[in-house]
Design a protein around this ligand. Structure first.
Ligand code: DLL
Length: 436
């Protein structure tokens, strides 16, 4: 069922480019001044670079400013990057910090209002409206997904069910009983929910009212989207964001599904060469660097997201929005596996595995070192019980297609349905690198 496209704020979402860029420049100058005057690290960095806020006269001047890295947030833990008194801060999120010190993000009242507005726009882009019931299995703690969607739905006037992760069978029941019309979760959990529903005799496509999905927080390929859409008979939207940028709500695709519109009145985006940091042209893939233009509590300048994408060349979109689009995120630069010197992206493997009809959307990528050579194994779950002969045939076909695509010859192992671990609502862990 096609969803009606909808713009929450057409005057800004489809504003002429000059107007958007004028707003961006005004806000960029304010942000740089705010950071310079209130954050010692930025003052020091800008002095070292020989630049002061008055030097920012055009949007291109952003390139003269130094980057900010995640490590800067770790070093300044917890409140070193705060640009307002703590008494102005209404909410604080922290990452779980699995590697090293956690990172902290803070929000003033105005920040929270902006975030709610951007998330309302994001949800409206998918057609969510008052009267809809959005069921959320996103986590509310140490993760910005839960509250981000929550604030957006409230701003829009839609009903939100803050269910959180875990309790999969109960979710299936509640999604039906509460008449949910939309779902938000991490993509891998949308699959898990559908699988559990089917086990319970509930067909998500037929027996639930969910026709709209909002997913993000992890790499998911177009093939994964097709699987999710089919299982739920839904139209699903790709929501991008990260804690450091408020959370979800930096960019989302429209109903045309050709790239994600960046909310440019709040974010200035660049794509740069991962090695040199030099700006790249549209359609050239590199690291996304984002300067939030309206963050009061913790302004960030040229934040190095480490996510790989490119800016689409097209100026406009058939949906009417004039805001730039980025391609779907290919993964993080550090997700790239180097196997005997060859660069391999998990996204490429996912696309190929899921384009085979006999595979389930569960797979694992294992890298080991044997006799000083890297060995890649892709373990793939079959969608139904297969005979040994069928398994061999599927493994052979996948191996051949993967070898062609990634220029590495993998071992492919097909396992029975249900054998690979399922997520409980958090980000999937599909790569196991045993090389240490
Ligand atoms: O994942 C915020 C979020 C929540 C986005 C819910 C969308 C939906 P973090 O936990 O800080 O924040 O992780 C941010 O997740 O740098 C990307 O690598 C990845 N990521 C986020 N959205 C997408 C997406 C949230 N749509 C990191 N596609 C980012 C691919 C994504 N990767």
């Amino acid at each position: 069922m096609p969803v009606k496209p909808y713009m929450l704020q057409p005057s800004i979402e489809s504003a002429p480019r000059e107007e958007i860029e004028k707003i961006q420049l005004e806000r960029l100058r304010l942000t740089v001044k705010h950071a310079y005057e209130n954050v010692p690290l930025y003052r020091k960095r800008m002095k070292e670079a020989g630049i002061s806020p008055e030097d920012i006269k055009s949007l291109e001047d952003v390139r003269r400013l130094p980057f900010t890295f995640k490590d800067d947030l770790r070093r300044e833990y917890p409140f070193g990057l705060l640009a307002v008194p703590l008494s102005e801060v209404l909410e604080v999120h922290a990452s779980s910090g699995t590697t090293g010190r956690p990172t902290v993000v803070a929000y003033t009242r105005r920040d929270l209002e902006n975030w709610a507005e951007l998330m309302a726009r994001t949800l409206a882009a998918g057609g969510l409206a008052r009267g809809d019931v959005l069921y959320s299995t996103l986590n509310y703690h140490w993760f910005t997904g839960g509250l981000g969607f929550h604030y957006g739905a409230m701003r829009l006037g839609a009903t939100i069910v803050p269910a959180g992760p875990g309790y999969t069978r109960r979710h299936v029941q509640m999604i039906r009983d509460l008449g949910a019309t939309a779902l938000t979760s991490v993509p891998n959990y949308a699959i898990r929910l559908a699988e559990t529903a089917l086990e319970m005799g509930v067909d998500p496509a037929r027996d639930t009212g969910v026709r709209l999905g909002f997913f993000g927080a992890e790499m998911w390929s177009e093939e994964m989207r097709r699987r999710i859409n089919k299982l739920w008979d839904m139209d699903s939207y790709d929501v991008y964001g990260m804690s450091e940028l408020y959370g979800p709500g930096t960019a989302v695709d429209c109903h045309i599904h050709d790239g994600l519109h960046v909310w440019e009145d709040h974010y200035l985006v660049e794509v740069v060469d991962p090695k040199t940091g030099e700006p790249l042209e549209p359609e050239e893939e590199g690291v996304l660097v984002v300067t939030p233009l309206t963050h009061d509590a913790m302004p960030l300048i040229r934040y190095w997201t480490n996510d790989l994408t490119f800016i689409l060349d097209a100026r406009s979109c058939d949906c009417g929005r004039t805001m730039k689009r980025i391609a779907r995120i290919k993964g993080r630069a550090d997700d790239m596996l180097i196997i005997n010197g060859v660069n391999v992206f998990p996204q490429t493997i996912e696309m190929i595995v899921l384009s085979e009809p006999l595979t389930a959307p569960y797979y694992q990528i294992i890298v080991e070192r044997e006799d000083s050579m890297d060995k890649l194994t892709v373990v793939v779950e079959a969608s139904k019980r297969l005979s040994d002969e069928e398994k061999r045939e599927l493994a052979r076909r996948l191996q051949e297609r993967l070898r062609e695509a990634i220029i590495v010859n993998p071992r492919v192992v097909i396992v029975d349905p249900g054998e690979l671990p399922r997520g409980e609502g958090g980000k999937a862990k599909r790569v196991i690198d045993k090389r240490g």
